[in-house]
Design a protein around this ligand. Structure first.
Ligand code: GDP
Ligand code: MG
Length: 597
């Protein structure tokens, strides 16, 4: 295909601003999908994830568009979920296209994820076409939002296209703008093959499906190719494009986007950002920038019922097959028995995996507190990564501890600004910037990731009645006064409740956790002390009073069926508990003990 007839683009937007609906309209208007096959949100990555049971980071569709100049163009849309957890994958897929449509809801304006995503597009040198959506709504304020785009993002918004993805208003203008305002790709057909690996997923029938963007050269079915970074070599079984259903194609040339399959067994063998070339005639230099995604948040997953352990192992192995960014290793806990320590790219990623284990594999799980990776600088000069507070070595062997920090960007209406500042301050944040765009404030904070992984986002939503938007990126490690706090139930440490805390906040956190546990652990026949301790020193304490009578006592020993019913009820209740020493701790206590409110 003639390069000048190709346009490659992505759509960037904050969640709910209409990205999927716009993609639907573009597909529909160009007749890419027959009207009777059209369904809502045809490209939606989340839907496909649900259907195929996998984690897709990028998704593409090829559209043919007869433009006003009389020529037919090939438009390739790469859709990315745009969530902060997958920032690295998103930035790679941005490299695979030359332009972006920036969709902003004209009733809402610029939000935190609009900013995060548009900056990635700017970093990738994209030409950007601003699109104001939901113009059909009476609350739409296109002029104000144009001004805001110019103020906050700093790009020209005078020629922003006003549309309604819902009614279809303005969609033809968007198609024309893609052709006239976005640049055509560049590339050399005669050069050795150079293609970027944009994403991959596991398909039970086809094996690993690899999404590629050809930079130079031509790739054909049957070719033997080599992945330059991982070193794997493969023969291409199938080559095609998504329309959005898979359609075979004999070759893909420069500027084109499509997929290949090559009997690749697992997603782990394909690395996002790798360079694909011919085995025989290799290109000189690989594409720059390549890093495997590293898990940043860890937590323990244990079956509520110890008999489910083997099922949990199988389920985790199946999920890992499809998702190379998810890691797991076996863990044993004195309190919880056998389970897995799992690593995730972020909190959303953690939630997605945990939900799928519970829903699709039907395993009741105890999730321990999410933790970040600490760097322990030992007195002997060694640096140790700590993934689990339970593994913390003796404090006297440690010189200092470093923790990961993030740069958080929060957009919030004026009236809630004070609450947001208080929240960030309480979480040991340092303000980096505060600016205004109309009636909204944009605050930038340097925060410890450990203060954010747990319930920061929920708190932010609740103090701002849902009006704040939030995004973050990792900025590096910094030393602070961090210690391990243990919780002792009935004089014995419960490792699954251990957390790392800042020394200055330890008493407050310790007291809060003991109070919470006092509510969460039911009374027993004996009294139960609950203590928080650092090293051997107790810093907070609560006591659960003993039960005086057993639950069947009031039945006078007479009514046998009533007594039996009560005992059955008790047994059912016990299933959701874990025995620890002499004490039974409910499943919910492990996560709820940490909530701060
Ligand atoms: P995404 O999260 O950016 O993919 O957003 P969606 O495309 O899923 O849209 C979010 C919601 O906004 C859905 O309920 C859509 O029906 C609605 N929506 C999208 N575009 C328009 C529009 O132009 N006008 C109106 N009134 N609603 C829209
Ligand atoms: Mg969507």
């Amino acid at each position: 295909t003639d390069l000048s007839r190709i346009r490659n683009f992505s759509i960037v937007a904050h969640i709910d601003h209409g990205k999927s609906t716009l993609a639907d309209r573009l597909i529909q208007l160009t007749g890419t999908v027959a009207e009777r096959d059209m369904q809502e949100q045809i490209l939606d990555a989340m839907d496909i994830e649900r259907e195929r049971g996998i984690t897709i980071k990028a998704n593409t569709v090829r559209i043919e568009y007869p433009a006003q100049d009389g020529e037919t163009y090939i438009l390739n849309l790469i859709d990315t979920p745009g969530h902060v957890d997958f920032a690295y994958e998103v930035s790679r897929s941005m490299q695979a296209v030359e332009g972006s449509l920036l969709v902003v809801d004209a009733t809402q304006g610029v939000e935190a994820q609009t900013l995060a995503n548009v900056y990635q597009a700017i970093d990738a040198d994209h030409e950007i076409v601003p699109v104001l959506n939901k113009i059909d709504l009476p609350a739409a304020e296109p002029d104000r939002v144009k001004e805001q785009i110019e103020d906050v993002i700093g790009i020209d918004a005078q020629d922003a296209i006003e549309i309604s993805a819902k009614t279809g208003l303005g969609i033809p203008d968007v198609l024309e703008a893609i052709v006239t305002r976005l640049p055509a790709p560049k590339g050399d057909r005669d050069a050795p093959l150079k293609a970027m690996l944009v994403d991959s997923y596991y398909d039970p029938y086809l094996g690993v499906v690899v999404l590629i963007r050809v930079i130079d050269g031509v790739v054909k079915k049957g070719d033997r190719v080599r992945m330059m970074k991982t070193g794997g070599t493969y023969q291409i079984d199938k080559l095609g494009v998504f329309r959005p259903k898979m359609q075979d194609i004999p070759e893909l040339g420069p500027g084109e986007i499509g997929f290949l399959t090559a009997s690749i067994k697992q997603v782990r063998d394909t690395r996002v950002g790798d360079t694909i070339t011919h085995e025989k005639k290799q290109c000189q230099t690989a594409l720059p920038g390549f890093k495997p995604s590293q898990p940043v948040v860890f937590c323990g997953l244990f079956p509520v019922d110890t008999n489910d352990f083997e099922d949990l192992r199988d389920a985790i192995e199946k999920l890992a097959l499809n998702d190379a960014s998810f890691s797991s290793e076996m863990e044993t806990s004195a309190a919880l028995g056998f389970g897995f320590r799992c690593g995730f790219l972020g909190l959303l990623h953690l939630e997605v995996i945990r939900d799928r284990l519970e829903r699709e594999y039907d395993i009741d799980l105890i999730t321990t507190a999410p933790s970040v990776i600490y760097h322990l600088h030992m007195k002997d000069g060694e640096v140790v990564e700590l993934h689990n507070p339970a593994d913390m070595p003796d404090q006297t062997l440690i010189d200092h501890v470093e923790e990961p920090r993030i740069k958080a960007t929060i957009l919030v209406p004026d009236e809630y600004l004070g609450d947001v500042l208080t929240l960030c301050h309480d979480r040991r944040g340092e303000q980096l910037d505060l600016t205004y765009a109309g009636t909204r404030a944009m605050v930038v904070y340097d925060l410890p990731l450990n203060e954010v992984v747990f319930d920061f986002y929920d708190r932010l939503k609740s103090v701002t009645k849902g009006y704040a938007s939030f995004d973050y990126q990792m900025i590096g490690y910094r030393a602070d006064n961090l210690v391990k706090m243990q919780i002792l139930v009935n004089e014995e440490p419960v490792d699954a409740l251990s957390i790392m805390v800042h020394r200055d906040r330890a008493e407050m956190r310790g007291r809060a956790m003991c109070e919470k546990l006092k509510e969460l652990i039911p009374r027993h026949m004996f009294k139960i002390p609950i203590q928080a301790a650092i090293g051997g020193r107790v810093i907070a304490r609560e006591t659960i009073a003993a039960l005086r009578k057993d639950v069947t006592a009031k039945c006078y020993g007479g009514d046998a069926t009533r007594k039996k019913k009560l005992l059955e009820k008790q047994k059912a209740g016990k299933k959701k508990m874990r025995q620890f020493g002499k004490v039974e701790i409910p499943q919910s206590a492990f996560i709820n003990a940490l909530k701060m409110d």
